[in-house]
Design a protein around this ligand. Structure first.
Ligand SMILES: *Cc1c(COP(=O)(O)O)cnc(C)c1O
Length: 393
């Protein structure tokens, strides 16, 4: 019996896919982005669910992620979005993955490798238009085209770029990036490089710019049930497939003035009931990504929160659902144990509570239970060899 686990509703993932595809322009298809273990849900199970819904294209960040999908029988197009190292290329191509090429040197190196090994590689050219991460810059394109014309073992399957500010709805920046992309594609075509597909949209751009859908839209966030940011609300109805649960392991009634947890930062204000659950920061619980303030208001909020914490007042702590009611965490979250202040609420050891666990920060070793039609159909656990294993129920 696990003290903490995650329930994942694959019917919700399938429903989100249908919502997304209902908004795609007829000429375009959905490339499901299942990187980072499908944002924590489980890449193999999510990809299988989407494939059953008719999805034929997937994207990941690394070669390893792509090969993992192949090992589990996923067919169709698998694009590796991230930069890759030459030593990974052969197994990527043999595994039928498509690679992103983002610099000039890789073109001739990859072509040379394919020539030696008797392989042919389908590649996607990544254009740098304002993300500042990877990609070919406009001034490189004449040489890129020249190299590609000579590269007889490479086939340009796609040309793409990635938006930096689509989720912030910075339209002028996003349109500027798009214009650079369009100009880049036109330049490549002038030099004789025509690609099969073009794709630029992530979830946010997909919603805001139907005119940019082209051949594929690369969707991650929406499929796992999140909106890419505030203000995208009304366009589609998403279901949340994710629920992290923990068990109450211990309950005790304590008097007013009881200190709770490390550093005694929490002191009960009345007689109350405390419950200990089997979840902590080793599971990813209470771990938050580094937060960069967006403007003065955010900065002020961080300042107020930190100042309050200095005086022993914790604002905006994690809220836990016990029997449908929300209760606060008492004190600091521990490595694997966390205390809840139940007040007058009653609970017994063995009860289930729902905890806010961020998908991408949830420890991958946690048990994941996959649900379909109201029943658990598979479970994923970590074996002793450290391999994630899915077992049908
Ligand atoms: C992660 C990623 C996406 C998907 O973005 P979402 O906003 O999660 O839909 C698309 N394209 C690239 C290049 C990415 O890295």
């Amino acid at each position: 019996m696990a003290a903490i686990w995650i329930d994942i509703d694959l019917d919700a993932v399938a429903a989100n896919y249908r919502e997304v595809t209902s908004l795609i322009r007829p000429a375009a298809r959905c490339m499901a982005v299942v990187k980072a273990d499908a944002y924590g849900l489980g890449a193999v199970e999510v990809a299988r669910t989407l494939a059953a819904e008719g999805c034929e294209a997937f994207a990941v960040t690394t070669v390893e992620e792509g090969l993992n999908l192949r090992r589990h029988g996923l067919e169709g197009l698998i694009l590796v979005l991230g930069p890759t190292l030459p030593q990974e290329w052969r197994k990527a191509i043999e595994g039928g993955l498509q690679l992103s090429l983002a610099d000039r040197q890789s073109i001739s190196r990859l072509d040379e490798l394919c020539r030696q090994e008797g392989l042919k590689a389908a590649v996607h050219l990544k254009l740098e238009t304002g993300m500042g991460r990877t990609g070919m810059r406009p001034e490189e394109l004449p040489e890129v085209a020249e190299l590609l014309l000579k590269a007889s073992h490479l086939e340009v399957a796609g040309v793409y770029t990635h938006f930096a500010r689509a989720a912030q709805r910075d339209h002028s920046y996003t349109r500027g990036q798009y214009e650079k992309f369009r100009d880049g594609v036109a330049a490549l075509e002038r030099y004789g490089i025509k690609s099969q597909w073009k794709h630029v949209c992530n979830s946010a751009a997909f919603l805001d710019y139907p005119e940019y859908h082209h051949d594929f839209v690369r969707i991650g966030t929406l499929l796992i049930g999140h909106m890419p940011g505030p203000g995208f609300g009304r366009q589609l109805t998403l279901k949340d497939p994710w629920a992290a649960k923990a068990k109450v392991l211990y309950v005790h009634r304590v008097p007013k003035g009881t200190y709770v947890g490390y550093q005694s930062i929490y002191k009960t204000k009345t007689e109350t009931t405390l419950a200990v659950i089997g979840a902590g920061y080793a599971d990813g619980f209470g771990v938050v990504p580094h937060f960069v303030p967006q403007g003065l208001w955010d900065l002020l909020k961080i300042f107020v929160k930190n100042t309050a914490a200095l005086f022993g007042v914790t604002l905006g702590t994690e809220k836990i659902k016990v029997h449908g009611q929300t209760v606060p965490v008492a004190g600091k979250i521990g490595m694997q144990l966390t205390v809840l202040d139940l007040g007058q609420l009653e609970s017994l050891p063995g009860d289930e509570v729902e905890i806010p666990l961020r998908r991408t920060l949830a420890n991958p070793r946690l048990l994941r239970q996959y649900w379909r039609q109201g029943r658990i159909y598979a479970k994923r656990t970590l074996t002793e060899e450290g391999v994630l294993e899915v077992q049908a129920e």
